[in-house]
Design a protein around this ligand. Sequence first.
Ligand SMILES: NC(=O)c1ccc[n+]([C@@H]2O[C@H](COP(=O)([O-])OP(=O)(O)OC[C@H]3O[C@@H](n4cnc5c(N)ncnc54)[C@H](O)[C@@H]3O)[C@@H](O)[C@H]2O)c1
Length: 345
Amino acid sequence: MGAGPGASPGCAARRGSRGYAVTRPRRPRRPRREAAVIAVGGRSRGGAVVTGAGQGLGRQIAVRLARAGFEVHLTDVDADLAARAAQEIAAEIARQAAGDVGGSQAAGPARVLAAALDVRDQDACRRVAASAVEESGTLALWVNNAGVLATGPAWEHTDGERRLMLEVNALGTMHGTVAALEQMRPAGRGHVVNVASLAALAPVPGEAVYAASKHAVLGLSLSMLADLRVAGEKGVRISCVCPDGMWTPMLQERLDDPGAAMSFSGVLLRPEQVADLVMRVVERPRAVVTAPRWRGLEARVLDLAPGLAVRLAPLVVRVARRQQSATARRLRRVSPAARAPAARP
Ligand SMILES: NC(=O)c1ccc[n+]([C@@H]2O[C@H](COP(=O)([O-])OP(=O)(O)OC[C@H]3O[C@@H](n4cnc5c(N)ncnc54)[C@H](O)[C@@H]3O)[C@@H](O)[C@H]2O)c1
């Protein structure tokens, strides 16, 4: 997989030493601009692996990490998605570098490596972690972003759907975290960012199995972080990011799905907003962050009174479905295909 014959004009492809498809932007044509780019972007902040980064939130995180100077190892279970995203990001960074003679602080080393990774495979996660160290010298960051959602009551799912959500969301996060820590602990530094959800904090009717998988992500992240501190390891960090509903392909097909109503019950975030939050956590690690913050607070208050939360569920779901319909009407007024909500200024 990777940047093959279809690579965009701004990119060159080569094979990394471990069989990765490496997408690296061509040098800017004008030498003076190239010098500016090297001056600004020559410092690599180390390797950063992002899982499930072929689209949606993961792709937005990958773009920001590349701009911030990380060597991004962009992975996805869909190899073509990963390769395309890596090419586009590298081309974007190259364009930015070529245009920023004065030197943009955002310009990174512009090295984006694409690889297929199914996070359900522990050994495959280990191989990606090892090759990130080999290619980039160090594994500074690992973002467990890959996730899947099936909606409806748990009893309506097939066995396969229930298993898939737990395997990708919960086990996949555990595989990635373990693989990353195996590299980071001996190095004495590194940061794992786990993308959970507000569904990690409170009951979510219509998304019970998904919520179970995200509760697992939060429990795992905080407990492993505590284990690191108990072991006296201060240089390795684990953070958990819990966003509200996001307008990504995960929800774009679910505007009319009553099982997904709760995802539309609060603030429908743009993935760019959540990726910005992830970057703030990368720069200033925190154990748990929610987006928006007031929704995190609301979920935590409900979690303090689980009996009340469950009694309120029928009412909350009715309101959520109304909000979902209103969102669908609003989006379809803007675009009949309802592909994306209008970006906020
Ligand atoms: N969209 C939302 O409303 C929302 C809200 C809160 C949290 N989240 C979480 O954010 C993360 C990103 O979701 P998104 O909204 O961008 O979804 P998305 O469906 O747009 O992207 C998910 C990506 O994960 C990849 N993936 C699926 N299974 C995989 C596997 N086994 N191994 C590796 N990659 C795999 C997919 O190919 C896809 O590229 C997920 O963890 C999701 O649970 C999403």
